[in-house]
Design a protein around this ligand. Structure first.
Ligand code: C2E
Ligand code: SIN
Ligand code: SIN
Ligand code: FE
Length: 395
């Protein structure tokens, strides 16, 4: 499995909890937000996101097929980085693949570089004798390249990189192999181009949601830094909860979107200086499900959706909107519950003044095992000073 590919895999126990979350956001409520937000654009984007396959899976599969059909021992895709003018191993198969991934070579060096520069396919029957062969790669990986074919990856008349197959078992590559590799390079180029477009759409979608969350927070929040702080507390604590480094950026932006559903709450309630009555609180509570609906059904925003939907659930089952209990509540939402209350208590709101840290700590401890997951709370309290420092520095 490649690094890129494993980025998309999540820990199974966290995956298992998503069904409940789905049930929550499917609740058929007519929200103000869903009336004003351009639902058809959103649906189109979500459709596009859903229809896209995992690109690395597709590429890995194609490379396996290619290797088998050409009897190659290894293969790789090198992509050109215009900023540094280097070719970087994007995907590689064979036993040295993990080492290759960190290797880059100047775009005018080696067989790959020559192929990239000239746009010609190069069939090298004996790498040791080739004047072009870039030995530095083999020196680093200890892979011995005997023979190879390198062919350019073309997109819209430009070259984006190079596709290589290496070391034909029991012989050298033929002209026929060369033609087949060229054909495959066309398909692989299209797949890569699609993946790039997909990434652009995904990033634009996440950005627009983040912008909505950023605009919203200014309504009931003096400095507007609450959501940035929530992202920061969360990414500091998350590694101890089993999140991996590569998940942290997604966790940060997802945490920042947790109250996005407040766009659907009228000023008369959200900005009310005093306590909310029961009916008003009922409206307020819908910011969770509405948040989930606004974020939509996109799998890429799954983390943001589960956080927005479940951040007011309580450990003992007395929270809203679903009354989920214990570990059925997604880990991300159990973490944010603590962070959010810590930050809300410590800050000024239209309906309350900030509490001093000692009182904040007391209220958190009162919620241990009732409102909050006791283990995560202990972790949080163990780093209380650090959390207070974030609060201070980001105010
Ligand atoms: P928020 O202001 O971001 O508060 C988030 C959570 O922090 C609250 O969720 C609550 O669990 C905790 N919290 C905030 N202030 C206090 C406090 O003074 N004491 C204690 N023990 N906990 C506090 P909750 O209660 O579900 O409220 C969700 C959102 O509803 C709040 O987000 C706020 O926007 C709104 N809200 C809640 N109560 C009132 C109120 O009395 N007046 C107004 N205008 N809005 C309220
Ligand atoms: C490789 O070993 O994969 C690249 C070496 C070269 O292109 O010269
Ligand atoms: C409350 O919990 O809502 C009031 C604040 C406090 O407990 O001091
Ligand atoms: Fe909330």
């Amino acid at each position: 499995m490649t690094k890129k590919k494993s980025q998309k895999k999540r820990a199974a126990p966290r995956q298992a909890k998503k069904t409940k979350v789905r049930a929550a956001k499917a609740a058929p409520r007519k929200s103000r937000a869903s009336q004003t937000y351009d639902a058809s654009t959103q649906n189109r984007i979500i459709k596009l996101i859903n229809s896209s396959l995992d690109i690395d899976e597709v590429l890995n599969l194609s490379m396996d097929l290619m290797e088998n059909s050409l009897n190659a021992t290894a293969s790789s895709i090198l992509l050109h980085d215009p900023d540094t003018n280097e070719l970087k191993f994007y995907l590689a198969t064979g036993e040295k693949k993990d080492m290759l991934k960190v290797i880059r070579m100047p775009a005018d060096k080696g067989v790959a570089g020559r192929c990239f520069q000239t746009g010609r396919t190069l069939l090298i029957p004996d790498a040791a004798k080739s004047p072009f062969f870039y030995k530095a790669v083999d020196d680093k990986t200890k892979f011995v390249t005997k023979n190879l074919i390198a062919t350019p990856l073309p997109i819209k008349g430009k070259r984006i990189g190079v596709l290589e197959v290496l070391n034909k078992s029991g012989g050298t590559f033929t002209k026929h192999d060369e033609q087949r590799l060229k054909n495959m390079a066309q398909e692989i180029s299209v797949a890569i181009e699609n993946a790039r477009l997909y990434d652009e759409v995904k990033n634009a979608y996440v950005q627009s949601m983040l912008n909505m969350a950023k605009a919203e927070r200014f309504r009931d929040n003096d400095t507007g830094l609450h959501i940035e702080r929530c992202g920061e507390y969360a990414t500091r604590l998350a590694p101890e909860l089993g999140y991996e480094e590569r998940e942290l950026e997604n966790l940060r932006v997802s945490m920042m979107m947790h109250d996005i559903g407040k766009v659907a709450i009228p000023d008369s309630i959200l900005l009310k200086p005093g306590r909310l009555d029961e009916a008003e609180m009922d409206v307020m509570k819908t910011h969770t499900t509405k948040g989930g609906q606004i974020l939509g059904q996109a799998p890429l925003l799954q983390l943001a959706i589960e956080i927005a939907t479940c951040h007011h659930e309580k450990w003992d089952g007395s929270g809203y909107p679903q009354g989920l209990k214990g570990e059925v509540i997604p880990l991300s939402a159990r973490l944010l519950a603590i962070i959010d209350v810590f930050d809300a208590l410590s800050s000024k709101r239209p309906y309350k003044d900030p509490f001093p840290p000692s009182r904040v700590k007391e209220i958190l401890i009162e919620g241990r095992g009732t409102h909050f997951d006791p283990n995560i709370l202990d972790l949080f309290l163990g780093r209380f000073q650090e959390m207070c420092a974030i609060l201070k520095n980001m105010s």
